[in-house]
Design a protein around this ligand. Structure first.
Ligand code: BG6
Length: 797
């Protein structure tokens, strides 16, 4: 046995040595690095330093290098810039000054500047590389092209490389691309297709420099190395919430032409913060070194993300931004930018691990401090019988329990991983992470630093240096694949669309922001904690404030009208529905409520879900007023909206929920499947007289209500309770309650919100009963009551 062990060890050692040789052999040879945009900001600040670092790490291992800085700048000017940059490079801290000067001189010798503009220039570069390699008796192993240029230049450069500057057979090509990769799903797809016509996916390295930050790169290894401690903790039963934050003090001055197109969501949330979110949320692959497994698990997590809605985010814009845009982009004084420079977003992940756990993503310019971190706060499920003064940080379960991946800056001033001492002592690779020295008086996230096990990198390294080394070593898992990129845009694009016309909250910038940008959440909804400072109605000094209005009572089309600011209106409607429910249950033992879909009722559903504890849900039957002919799990389904914003938060017995049968026998609203008839039967059987206790309707800008449209005069009269109709907008096919069954209800509430409804509200106020032209005008309960609920925007404009 003893011999067998020794033999195994020997075999392993030989294999390791052989593997080392093989790897070295594979890499040995000449590598050309072509830095495009070599005189630009990013290159001057980070990339040249990263290339120098690569040279220091790899040159002694049998490879030869040449660094070609290129740009459109003339040769003389470019050479001058590059010479200055090369002069300012720094060596690792422990390098003696003489040795450093020597290393820099060697690197300078290997670096050159050349103008690269036309396909001929690329061909000439290729020929030069080949000639040098031949002349020096070397073997070319590969070329790295680093695109540090704006995305509009990508396609042309890609074409020139692909046609005139690819290395010969046997040598590899790697192209490195910097974000932004598109500004929405469609543009990202286009860019991907374009680049895909020149390069193989395997040849492309899409950089998200946050993946090179030491702490971010440590998230998965940390989860892996601490599996035992984390296995039971990393889930919805224990995690209270997760915060993924990147605050900046700088603003966008000098970059507004870029920023106007991307805003904070495209600039930071869609990429940096989303990538971090994935590293925290994804299932951990068994083998972390398999890039494929990591990517597959990441994509699975993307698929579990709950779709974002308008109410999932709050957005702001620092006050000086508007002026900077006007100046830099030469816009007139009347120009108002709606680009957010601040965003807070609430994300939910609908899988068994994370269901119900809020993930808060937040970033902004012109904030009070510069800091980045991920904070995982655990639930406090303990009660401590002893008084607080006797609590011991390492033992007390009543102190906060948190894990913080501190990306950098802030009070701590650098990257670190912090774990509350009352959780567990984490394991980190001791060669590269050391315990942080105590800093008396320093408090982080409400606790003194001494309450945490805290580790920081032994040697701090810049993200770009790390990523450049990973490109060289073909570590694809530190880069964004096309699938990953598109999955992220699929997630963010609907929110960007819904925010396109939203006016962001203005904030003064810096410490003066006070609590103006604080936000809070309830369910899936996020809102600022404080009312806005600016006036809601632009105009003379005397513009009214919300508090100046009482709930307005009037008549509209001869029926009672209630008008208020949206929040008050919704609260009032929710209160009225609850009162009707309580009354119906008292008298008949049950309450039949038919609800519309779409966006207006979302706030109402949330209000009912969160604020009405006396609601008799156990005795309430929920019906749908109308439905789109899509499967019930489709995000466009009205039932989905009801499920997401109401059903999952309240306790309605399953058998009291009555979705419309639009999807029968794997078909959508096929006449022969008789879905409408089946729903009508269900209504007649369960609802006395087919008279709902309350029907909630909306009003479309064309005067439609439920799914009864002017263009499709079905269901306006006759005996049918439920009909199939056609909508002018997609999805076209619908199922709807008919006007006669609506008018049989004891009470009908019509909710109308937003300035877009102003015109139709005016028109409908004047017309008679003409349901063929305006189906809403046919709503008038036979013996029940009709009440209109309109917000001021819809009613007063
Ligand atoms: C970039 C954004 O990707 O990241 C910038 O375009 C932002 O707007 C920067 O300032 C922040 O990166 P870091 O490394 O300074 O935190």
């Amino acid at each position: 046995m003893k011999h067998a062990g020794a033999w195994n060890m020997l075999t392993a050692a030989v294999c390791m040595a052989l593997l080392g040789c093989l790897q070295a052999q594979e890499l040995q040879g000449h590598v050309s690095v072509i830095l495009l945009g070599a005189t630009g900001d990013l290159a001057r600040k980070y990339l040249w330093q990263g290339l120098f670092q690569l040279y220091l790490e790899e040159a002694g291992k049998g490879h030869s290098f040449r660094f070609h800085g290129t740009a459109l700048t003339s040769t003389k000017q470019g050479q001058e810039v590059i010479a200055k940059v090369l002069e300012s490079l720094s060596c690792p801290r422990d390098t003696a000054p003489g040795r450093c000067a020597e290393l820099k001189a060697q690197f300078q010798q290997l670096s050159e500047y050349r103008r690269l503009k036309t396909p001929e220039d690329y061909l000439a570069l290729s020929k030069d590389i080949e000639a040098r390699v031949q002349h020096e008796g070397l073997q070319e192993v590969g070329r790295i092209f680093y695109f540090s240029v704006p995305p509009f230049a990508y396609a042309e450069i890609a074409r020139s490389i692909s046609s005139s500057c690819r290395p010969g057979p046997g040598a590899w090509l790697r192209v490195v691309l910097e974000k932004p990769f598109g500004h929405d799903h469609r543009s990202a797809q286009q860019l991907a297709a374009e680049l895909g016509s020149f390069f193989q996916e395997e040849e492309m390295y899409r950089v998200d420099h946050y993946l090179g930050k030491q702490v971010v790169a440590q998230i998965l290894p940390f989860r892996d190395q601490n599996r035992k401690a984390l296995d039971g903790l990393w889930n919805r039963h224990h995690v209270e919430r997760v915060e993924i934050i990147m605050k900046e003090t700088v603003d966008a001055e000098g970059r507004t032409s870029f920023y106007e197109e991307y805003g904070v969501i495209g600039d930071v949330l869609q990429n940096h913060l989303t990538e971090i979110l994935m590293l925290v949320a994804m299932e951990l692959p068994l083998n972390l070194s398999s890039s494929e497994a990591v990517l597959e698990h990441k994509l699975q997590a993307f698929r579990a993300l709950r779709g974002l809605q308008r109410g999932s985010a709050v957005v702001g814009q620092y006050q000086a931004y508007r002026g900077q845009v006007r100046r830099e982009l030469q816009k007139p004084d009347s120009f108002h930018s709606l680009t957010p420079t601040f965003a807070g977003v609430l994300v939910h992940i609908d899988n068994l691990r994370w269901e119900g756990v809020p993930f808060i993503l937040m970033s902004g310019k012109a904030l009070d401090e510069r800091v980045g971190y991920v904070r995982i706060l655990f639930k406090d499920q303990a009660y401590c019988a002893q008084s607080e003064k006797r609590w011991v940080p390492a033992q007390s379960h009543c102190l906060p329990q948190q894990i913080i991946f501190y990306i950098g800056h802030g009070e701590l001033g650098g990257p670190a991983v912090l774990v509350s001492r009352n959780l567990f002592r984490p394991s980190l690779p001791s060669a590269s992470w050391k315990e942080v020295e105590g800093q008396p008086g320093l408090r982080l996230f409400g606790r003194p630093l001494s309450d945490y096990y805290a580790y920081s990198p032994v040697r701090e390294q810049d993200a770009y240096s790390i990523l450049i080394s990973r490109i060289f070593h073909r570590r694809k898992d530190s880069f964004i694949t096309m699938e990953n990129l598109l999955a992220s845009w699929v997630f963010w694009t609907p929110l960007l669309d819904s925010l396109a016309h939203e006016v962001p909250r203005l904030y003064p910038g810096g410490a003066e922001n006070g609590h103006l940008l604080d936000f809070e959440f309830s369910g899936s909804h996020l809102s600022f904690s404080q009312p806005p400072l600016e006036q809601l109605v632009l105009g003379p000094d005397s513009a009214p404030m919300p508090s100046d209005f009482q709930v307005l009572r009037a008549k509209y089309r001869g029926s009672p009208l209630i008008s208020a600011w949206p929040e008050e209106l919704i609260a009032r409607l929710a209160g009225d529905i609850e009162a009707a429910a309580v009354q119906a249950v008292k008298r008949f033992g049950k309450f039949h409520l038919a609800l519309s879909g779409g966006s207006s009722p979302v706030a109402l559903f949330q209000q009912l879900a969160m604020g009405h504890y006396g609601f008799p849900w156990a005795h309430t039957h929920l019906w749908l007023v109308d439905e789109r002919c899509v499967p019930l799990w489709d995000p466009e389904s009205n039932f989905q909206g009801l499920q997401a914003h109401l059903l999952q938060h309240v306790r309605v017995p399953y058998y009291n929920v009555h979705p419309m049968p639009v999807h029968r026998r794997q078909r959508l609203c096929a006449e022969e499947d008789q879905g409408a008839q089946a729903y009508a039967e269900e209504i007649s059987t369960l609802v006395t007289n087919s008279s709902f206790d309350l029907v909630l309707l909306g009003m479309g800008t064309d005067g439609h209500t439920a799914s009864l449209f002017p263009q499709s005069p079905v269901g306006l009269d006759g005996k049918q309770l439920v009909v199939l109709t056609t909508s002018p907008s997609s999805p076209h096919r619908r199922m709807s309650l008919s006007l006669p069954v609506i008018n049989r209800a004891h009470k009908v509430a019509v909710l109308v919100m937003g300035r877009m409804k102003r015109e139709i509200a005016m028109l409908v106020s004047r017309v008679g009963r003409e349901p063929r032209k305006w189906p809403i005008s046919g709503v008038l309960p036979d013996s029940g009551q009709l009440v209109w609920y309109m917000d001021y925007d819809a009613f007063l404009g």
